[in-house]
Design a protein around this ligand. Structure first.
Ligand SMILES: N[C@@H](CCC(=O)N[C@@H](CS)C(=O)NCC(=O)O)C(=O)O
Length: 208
């Protein structure tokens, strides 16, 4: 369904030719935002290829696709260019409705929670890039407080995932940061995890 170059294209490289009838994701192997889109492409079985971009030495041609040179960017079969992970996810969900990733009853709350999740993304990013000078304990307390409403929402929905019995859009768009949370344990040499007593629902989804 997809092919991807494991190396990352740098300046001086030639832009790979588009493949007929396939969209293309410009990605970077470790980027959580691009990971979101890879999950959607796989789940919806959308034919695509993946071109990885070296973000330390971006190819000149890539700025014609994304003026700021960021990933992810998705180029559709009709050459439409879509940037920003959430915009791409929603675009693909509209174009390829199966399986459905939103539920009419919960969509607006999902979008609200997604917006609130950006606080957690920012904290994670600041920690990883050594920009958050606070003590580890303080960061953990704040992050847990920010996750409280997610735990409560699962309690209200009484379903294993935000999407119901299967992961939905919110689950998918949050997942890359849960998967990477263990990086904080390595970075701070302290265990960064959620406690089962306070976060039983989130722990059971994410096994962290
Ligand atoms: N809001 C964007 C954020 C994308 C983003 O920040 N990507 C990072 C890689 S993880 C990037 O391209 N960094 C390179 C740069 O800023 O020059 C999205 O959701 O797609």
């Amino acid at each position: 369904m997809s092919s991807s170059s494991s190396s990352h294209m740098a300046n001086g490289s030639k832009k790979p030719e588009a493949i007929e009838n396939q969209g293309r994701l410009y990605s970077m192997k470790y980027c959580p935002f691009a990971h979101r889109v890879r999950l959607i492409l796989t789940l919806k079985q959308i034919p695509h290829d993946i071109v990885n971009i070296n973000l330390q030495d971006k190819p000149d041609w890539y700025f014609q696709i994304h003026p700021e040179g960021k990933v992810p960017a998705y180029v559709d079969t009709d050459d439409a260019i879509i940037t920003d992970s959430v915009t791409i996810a929603n675009y693909l969900d509209q174009k390829y409705p199966a399986p459905p990733l939103y539920n009419d009853k919960t969509k607006s709350r999902d979008l609200e929670l997604l917006d609130h999740f950006s606080k957690i993304i920012n904290t994670f990013s600041n920690c990883i890039h050594d920009k958050d000078k606070r003590q580890f304990e303080e960061i953990v307390v704040e992050t847990k407080d920010n996750l409280q409403e997610f735990e409560e929402e699962l309690g209200i929905r009484k379903t294993p995932f935000f999407g119901g019995n299967n992961p939905g859009m919110l689950d998918i768009l949050m997942w890359p940061w849960f998967e990477r949370a263990k990086a904080l344990t390595i970075l701070y040499k302290r265990r960064a995890s959620l406690d089962n007593e306070r976060f039983p629902n989130l722990v059971s989804i994410h096994l962290i």
